[in-house]
Design a binder for this molecule. Structure first.
Ligand code: SF4
Ligand code: SF4
Length: 154
């Protein structure tokens, strides 16, 4: 008799689980909608950046290197923006430090890679004979894009 009651309870639990909607999703075939403040891969907008280095100074792991020059009008101009994402904690302190919205964090989560080299990224470099040589517009899904998006606005 006790066995029968136990079996019935077990069946009830099994049926309950069977009828409950699963909370997992079949990633990567289905994507989850993240919070707007989720801290995933980066997007960099060089046109917004004034090379103030606030992001570089805020970073606890020396991930960011900003190179700038002061123009004749005394304003700083961005020359190069680099990130070595293998040391990034995704803490978001750099993002918070930037009041120009030049560096934002996205919901891009495909960050894994087998090659550390691709995590050292040059997000922007000014060319001597031209205004900019932005990194590829969007590299999500490629090896380099695994580390972060390099989206630029021109
Ligand atoms: S998220 Fe944190 S660790 Fe990564 S670059 Fe920004 S400040 Fe540095
Ligand atoms: S990304 Fe923002 S904080 Fe960093 S140097 Fe550019 S303007 Fe300054």
């Amino acid at each position: 008799m006790a066995h029968g009651i136990g079996a019935l309870r077990g069946l009830r639990v099994t049926m309950g689980v069977f009828l409950t909607k699963p909370i997992t999703v079949e990633y990567p075939f289905r994507k989850v909608k993240f919070s707007p403040v989720y801290r995933g891969g980066f997007c960099f907008y060089p046109n917004n950046c004034n090379a103030c280095k606030s992001c570089q100074n805020a970073c606890p792991n020396s991930v960011i290197t900003v190179t700038g020059v002061r123009g004749e009008d005394k304003k700083m101009r961005l020359v190069k923006y680099e990130m070595d994402l293998q040391y990034c904690l995704y803490c978001g302190l750099c993002r918070e430090a930037c009041n120009k919205d030049a560096l934002i964090m996205t919901d891009h989560i495909d960050l894994a890679t087998y090659d550390r080299g691709v995590l050292k990224m040059e997000l922007y470099e000014k060319q001597p004979d031209g205004p900019v040589r932005p990194a590829a517009a969007k590299t999500a899904g490629s090896a380099a894009g695994a580390a972060g998006q390099r989206e630029v606005s021109q």
